[in-house]
Design a protein around this ligand. Structure first.
Ligand code: PMP
Length: 286
């Protein structure tokens, strides 16, 4: 069934949706995005995603095409029109389509941003991967230095996923100076002696909205959390590990570079956090 998507103020069938060849998202990856999950037809942590979007736009000096309230309305309208009960809403804003290709940013008055949203229906709670756990390999992190901005420059993470696939693994953790930065499209965690360890926030990683929620729930449940960089060696010797993202929630990791963690099955901390996160998110969704 064809989806109804949103492009610059208009809801239309996906087949009719078009963006200019001069769009800076297409020519320069000059754009930012957000992915918000939908549970029970409602949005999970919408305001967290909206705040990060505003920050990404601000860091790139890109104007917001609509207000947060309008953005919420568009998300909800797409959920209704596409009858989404579980899945994701993808949102992308680019610096628009000037008359020609030019490295210099166009005047935002003359070139309005491009705003695109579409839905992706998918079962998120019931997950065979969460039952089995993921295998990850390590890959050098050679991305640019502003990973805290959620830009659409996703070629390297995409290549990392392909390298993982080729190596027979599920995903990759990126490593810089011996320390794990994050997963290709998720934040990375290890558990040692009951303590949850994840890299502290900075420009080296994306400030995951799921990360913020999971750490809050963990602390509320009296679980010990340490925010600091951890090495690849520590990861291989961890009791368990997991990743978080808006589309995978909390997903256990059971091996790193072929080294099994614990008994090689999803660990108790990751299982508990996944349950906690899903329960709380269903309750708080809007
Ligand atoms: N790090 C990277 C590199 C990501 O691409 C993502 C997901 N977009 C995350 C972390 C997780 O962020 P969130 O929890 O907000 O989905």
């Amino acid at each position: 069934m064809s989806r109804t998507v949103y492009v610059n103020g208009v809801y239309m069938p996906e087949e009719e949706a078009k963006v200019s060849i001069f769009d800076r998202g297409f020519l320069f990856a000059d754009g930012v995005y957000e992915v918000t999950s939908v549970l029970g037809g409602k949005l999970v942590d919408f305001h967290g995603h909206a705040r990060r979007l505003e920050r990404s736009l601000g860091e790139l000096d890109m104007p917001a095409p609509v207000t947060v309230e309008e953005l919420l309305d568009i998300h909800r309208e797409l959920i209704v029109r596409n009858e989404v009960t579980e899945g994701m809403i993808y949102l992308q804003i680019t610096r628009g389509a000037p008359a020609d290709r030019d490295f210099v940013f166009p005047d935002p008055e003359a070139t309005p941003p491009t705003l695109v949203l579409f839905t992706q229906s998918k079962a998120l709670i019931e997950s065979p991967a969460a039952e089995k756990g993921l295998s990850v390999i390590s890959i050098d992190d050679i991305r640019w230095g502003r990973r805290d901005i959620k830009t659409v420059q996703l070629l390297y993470p995409s290549m990392c996923k392909m390298m993982a696939k080729k190596a027979g693994a599920d995903d990759a953790w990126m490593v810089e100076d011996g320390f794990v930065t994050e997963g290709t499209s998720n934040n990375a965690y290890i558990v040692k002696g009951g303590k949850i360890i994840t890299r502290s926030l900075g420009t080296e990683i994306l400030h995951g909205i799921t990360r913020a929620a999971v750490l809050k729930f963990a602390r509320e449940a009296q679980m010990e959390v340490e925010e600091r960089p951890f090495t690849l060696e520590e990861a291989k010797q961890a009791d368990e590990a997991f990743i978080t993202s808006a589309s995978t929630f909390v997903m256990p990791v059971v091996s790193v570079d072929g080294v099994s963690l614990g008994d090689g099955t999803p660990g108790p901390v990751a299982r508990r956090l996944r349950e906690l996160y899903i329960d709380e998110s269903v309750k708080a969704a809007i």
